[in-house]
Design a protein around this ligand. Structure first.
Ligand code: TRP
Length: 324
């Protein structure tokens, strides 16, 4: 059975024995706001990660393919700018294909340090890469790259630290989070450190909307999996048949917004609380900001980074930007 054919989790009324308190309080707080919202970091449970993997292969979802093409084309030049014997720190590791493109191109890199909140996931990544790259020391860092991380001091023995933040994940952050990320990365990577960021670019909604609302319904399933996860893990009773996925282009804020819209007036309950929905009322689940090159550069420059080089595909769909 393919990941797409697997039935969604339906109604679950029994409260699970073990509850992630942080997940629970995030969900309760988000659903209590006037504009209901759910923080996007909860998308990525096992099922969510599988669905996101499927999204990256969709014909409409141009970012992953385009970024990989740009990285393939610019890898040697990037490697020349980074220099030999670097420690590469990847924020939000998981983009194994892109990681390999860089590790293959870099000159005798010393360390690879993927950062992720999932210890089990990191173990898998590090084990796979260790087999393929026996000369590179794997130093997985368990943590949230939005909070302060302990970067192992031995990484300072590398010639230089090179941060890698692919996938336009930067576009899923708020302005404040972007600024905090740039400032922290400056501290973690050092004054001579460099940072390579994959950032999606502004373009016509005719291209953007299908990328976030594909014809096979995979993005819809990905978005709705958040409700299924709340049902599974927090004993919620969301009826997945009565919510619809919606992708909206917000031009003023230059972002795609993902929503789950209640098809009818209804109430749901979870953890002993009930939440009312008007027909057509939405839960805001994700922002995917689209940048202009100067826009991202000026955010970076405000936080102590200098633009070094920008690579784009010929259609200017996506950018890979290097800062130093
Ligand atoms: N970083 C990805 C992006 O913004 C994440 C993503 C792709 C996503 N498709 C999604 C997040 C659908 C939520 C829903 O493009």
């Amino acid at each position: 059975m393919s990941t797409l054919e697997r039935p969604e989790a339906g109604l679950r009324r029994a409260k699970p024995a073990v509850i992630d308190e942080v997940f629970a309080s995030d969900v309760l707080a988000g659903l209590s706001k006037p504009q209901k919202e759910l923080p996007c970091r909860w998308f990525y449970d096992t099922r969510g990660s599988e669905l996101f993997e499927a999204i990256t292969g969709l014909p409409e979802y141009y970012p992953t393919k385009t970024e990989a093409k740009i990285l393939t084309a610019c890898a040697l030049e990037l490697s020349g700018l980074a220099g030999p014997r670097v420690a590469m720190i990847e924020y939000g590791a998981g983009a194994a294909v892109k990681t390999r493109l860089l590790l293959d191109a870099l000159e005798a890199p010393l360390y690879y340090a993927p950062v992720d909140i999932s210890a089990a996931f990191l173990r898998g990544v590090a084990e796979n890469l260790a087999r393929e790259y026996p000369a590179i020391a794997m130093r997985p860092i368990i943590g949230n790259f939005l909070s302060d991380l302990e970067i192992p001091t031995e990484l300072q023995t590398a010639q230089r630290r090179l941060g890698f933040f692919p996938g336009s994940t930067i576009g899923n952050l708020s302005d404040d989070e972007i600024t905090a990320f740039f400032r922290r990365a400056r501290r973690q990577l050092g004054e001579d450190g460099m940072l390579v960021i994959g950032a999606d670019l502004r373009k016509s909604p005719d291209i953007l909307i299908p990328a976030y609302d594909d014809s096979a319904g995979v993005t819809a399933a990905f978005n709705k999996n958040l409700l299924a996860r709340i049902n599974r893990e927090l004993g919620g009773d969301f009826d997945l048949e009565r919510f619809s996925h919606k992708a909206v282009w917000n031009d003023a804020d230059s972002r795609i917004e993902m929503h789950l819209v209640s098809d009818i007036a209804q109430s749901i309950t979870l953890l002993g609380k009930s939440f009312d929905f008007a027909g057509g009322e939405s839960i805001h689940t994700e922002n995917s900001r689209k940048f202009s090159v100067p826009g991202l550069q000026s955010l970076a420059e405000d936080c102590g980074w200098r633009p070094v080089r920008v690579w784009e595909d010929p259609q200017k769909l996506f950018s890979v930007q290097m800062f130093g």
